[in-house]
Design a protein around this ligand. Structure first.
Ligand code: ADE
Length: 263
């Protein structure tokens, strides 16, 4: 048997998978404000028979749109503090549990992000992400440094990018809304145009479990602008989630009836 790579048995199985129509998608969204417009657009219903462990705040909405089973998960509100469970830990856990329970064909991680105007980002722009990496996992030991950065490519979707009016760019992920000077240096090294708090973590889990993943990020704040990030983020959140919902709806419409290899 040929080992891995082109022509191997494993590569042929992947090729076959990529030629089957996509039937089930998993949308992972971190914040309720980002999730609800998408839930409403597709008239998704909250799960009454939870697939997640008892007691966790994670919430699943589901429904059928055209020929697609849509599952949307968000990590819910922190059980102690009552705020959205943003960040990499919750995103990883809910993505892992959702893949295990739902076996999706494709993951879409959608959400808001900070954008860099020096790289061409503007408020309300929606990016289809080409690559993801972490910017706050610094381990200056050979090879561990690369593990920390955790750079991964999104599932390649050239036709989707051509068809929809989305910008393309790289995403850098960390667990802080603000940006320390060390984070900034790593973000520059990652060549990122947008910065979020979940993408690379979702990519890690998707890669681990061999599920293709794409990332749609809408810009709420300009990181290299003159406004304080938290203020600008909160000011733009509601309006930008409308742009995000529209982009997710267009992406889902494009996916419907296609196989992975056609994206
Ligand atoms: N989400 C929205 N804006 C962000 C920023 N500036 N950093 C990280 N995540 C974000």
């Amino acid at each position: 048997m040929a080992p891995h790579g082109e022509g191997s048995e494993e590569a042929m199985v992947v090729q076959d998978e990529n030629r089957k129509p996509i039937s089930s998608i998993l949308i992972v969204i971190a914040m309720q404000t980002e999730a609800m417009p998408v839930v409403n657009k597709f008239q998704l219903k909250e799960d009454l028979d939870p697939v997640f462990p008892k007691g966790v705040p994670w919430i699943r909405y589901h429904g059928i749109y055209k020929d697609l089973h849509i599952n949307l998960v968000w990590p819910g509100k922190d059980l102690t503090l009552g705020v959205d469970s943003v960040g990499t830990i919750s995103a990883s856990l809910v993505t892992y549990a959702a893949i295990q329970a739902l076996q999706p064909d494709l993951i879409i991680n959608a959400g808001t992000a900070g954008g860099f105007k020096v790289k061409g980002a503007c408020i309300s722009d929606v990016f289809l992400v080409s690559d993801v990496a972490f910017h706050d996992r610094r381990i200056p030991i050979p090879v561990f440094d690369l593990y920390g950065v955790g750079s991964r490519q999104s599932f390649s979707t050239p036709n989707l990018l051509k068809e929809l009016n989305l910008k393309a760019g790289k995403l850098s992920t960390g667990d802080s809304l603000d940006m320390s000077p060390q984070d900034e240096a790593s973000i520059v090294a990652n060549e990122a145009t947008v910065k979020d708090m979940e993408g690379a973590a979702v990519a890690y889990v998707a890669d681990l479990l061999k599920v293709p993943a794409i990332f749609i990020k809408a810009v709420t704040d300009i990181v290299d602008g003159d406004k304080p990030t938290a203020e600008e983020f909160l000011q733009n959140l509601a309006a930008v989630t409308a742009a995000l919902e529209q982009a997710v709806a267009q992406v889902v419409d494009f996916i419907s009836g296609k196989c992975l290899s056609e994206l």
